[in-house]
Design a protein around this ligand. Structure first.
Ligand code: NAD
Length: 451
């Protein structure tokens, strides 16, 4: 599905017209391709105060083959090429006055950032500050990064990771994700890592090699994209969907060399049937992606019980029941398992006509947060992704005006693609992402709806 307006705005004539009329100019985003270098150019790393992460970050990037530049000096001197990433280690912040050094580093560095660049800030969590002044300084970064994300153009993004003391070892996977093309549509977000025991480095091109991954709702749309990306990353995918979608499901499974399992996830025996299938065919499971979801929109005052109940059953109760059954079934959920649940921007911001859907998707966010400590005890994780406006067959059917407005109301001025959601889920599923737990990662291009 091409974005005709983006293609027009990036053509010679279109660039002139959109500039003259002050119209949005959505960029062609940098998306991940296997074998691609982490960044298409050098990175520059600076710190506010005595950052404790700078050295490790420099080593991480150098190991990835990225040239790390020195920050721009006070007299404006630079060492060469424009950076593809600007990284601020803000772990040294003590007071709001220290933020001046963040500004002094970021302003000239971001001025030189190339198209589809990345701004990444690493900081301690405000909740663990020693004083109100330190908490204020740390929290200030939220406002800073969200505003930078809104100011950046040309497909560049800005995000913030909270790294508590002791969690430094969990940083590599999130840093790689946010710098790479996998995070093309994740913008203006703040997330946290925790300390976790991680396996030895995985194969960068096949991080899910040897893993068995279940993807529900895999016959089409975002689910089919998740299944494809997981298989590309090395997983054997068990693609699940309702019997009525059987033909399409088989097509997806055949294309990616996976297995199709026809199953209505709301059926009473669905958890047991899934577990039996996994036990018999694969001996267990490493990754479960709860993607299947439905909408039955009506204003609350007009919504009948059937609409309410069916949405709750598919979008929330089935995720709870299947996850609980997997936790209870001896040995099926393998050590280091990853569960990723699909929520929605509607679950964060609410949406007119979607009280049932938004309630179910908000419930998913509460569910992963509550389950995270129990998963951590098993060396496992559970997270959610909340997609914003994603270009699918469903959105293609929206009236032209509604679709155009809906897809442009974000910092990247375009809708995301199913692959953007899939890349985020595949990243959360990696063994190296064990320090990301209980989080909800929005894949929304910093949608203007909700935080
Ligand atoms: P879609 O309707 O294209 O695909 C959903 C799939 O789930 C279908 O193949 C369907 O058959 C399957 N499914 C539905 N009920 C099922 C059941 N009981 N058992 C097994 N499978 C079932 O939807 P999509 O746009 O690809 O959305 C995928 C997920 O992403 C959903 O959870 C949705 O809520 C969420 N989401 C989508 C968007 C978007 O813009 N498309 C935005 C936010 C969140």
């Amino acid at each position: 599905m091409s974005d005709w307006y983006r293609d027009f705005a990036n053509s010679g004539f279109g660039t002139t017209i959109t500039k003259q009329l002050g119209l949005p100019r959505p960029a062609v985003l940098r998306r991940y391709e296997p074998g691609q270098p982490l960044l298409p150019g050098p990175a520059v790393i600076g710190s506010a105060g005595e950052g404790r992460l700078r050295k490790a970050l420099t080593e991480l990037l150098q190991a990835e083959g990225v040239h790390v530049q020195s920050p721009v000096t006070a007299d404006g001197a630079t060492d060469g090429e424009k950076p593809a990433a600007v990284i601020l280690d803000a772990t040294g912040l003590r007071t709001p006055a220290d933020l001046a050094s963040a500004h002094d580093f970021l302003a000239p560095a971001i001025k030189r950032l190339r198209a589809t660049g990345r701004v990444l800030i690493l900081a301690d969590p405000p909740s663990q500050a020693d004083s109100p002044a330190q908490a204020a300084a740390r929290q200030a970064l939220d406002g800073l990064v969200r505003s930078v994300a809104k100011e950046l153009r040309a497909g560049s993004t800005a995000n913030l990771i909270h790294v508590p003391e002791g969690a430094e070892g969990s940083l590599a996977s999130p840093v790689r994700f946010f710098l790479s093309g996998r995070s093309a549509y994740v913008d203006g977000q703040v997330m946290s890592v925790t300390a976790a025991e991680l396996p030895a480095e995985e194969d960068a091109d096949k991080p899910l090699a040897g893993k068995v991954a279940v993807v529900t709702g895999a016959a089409r749309g975002i689910g089919a994209a998740i299944a494809t990306v997981m298989a590309r990353d090395g997983a054997h995918v068990v693609a699940v969907d309702i019997p009525a979608a059987g033909d399409k499901l088989a097509e997806v499974a055949n294309e990616i060399g996976g297995t199709a399992l026809q199953l209505d996830i709301t059926a009473e025996d669905a958890p047991q049937r899934l577990i039996e299938h996994l036990r018999e065919r694969h001996g267990g499971v490493d990754v479960v992606v709860h993607n299947a979801g439905i909408t039955r929109d009506k204003l609350l005052v007009n919504m009948d019980a059937a609409r309410w109940n069916s949405v709750m059953a598919v979008n929330l109760q089935a995720q709870l029941d299947i996850t609980q059954a997997l936790l209870d079934a001896d040995g099926v959920l393998r050590p280091g398992a990853r569960v990723v649940c699909v929520s929605s921007q509607s679950g964060i911001a609410g949406n007119r006509g979607q009280t049932n859907y938004a309630a179910s998707k908000a419930g998913v966010i509460g569910m992963v947060r509550a389950w995270a400590p129990q998963f951590a005890e098993r060396g496992a994780t559970i997270n959610a992704v909340a997609p914003g406006f994603i270009v699918t067959d469903m959105t293609a059917k929206m009236p032209f005006g509604t679709r155009e407005v809906g897809s442009r109301l974000n910092s990247l001025q375009q809708g995301g693609l199913p692959v953007d959601v899939a890349e985020t889920i595949a990243w959360l599923s990696q063994p190296g992402s064990g320090g990301v737990n209980g989080q909800t990662v929005r894949v929304c291009g910093q949608s203007l709806l909700g935080a």
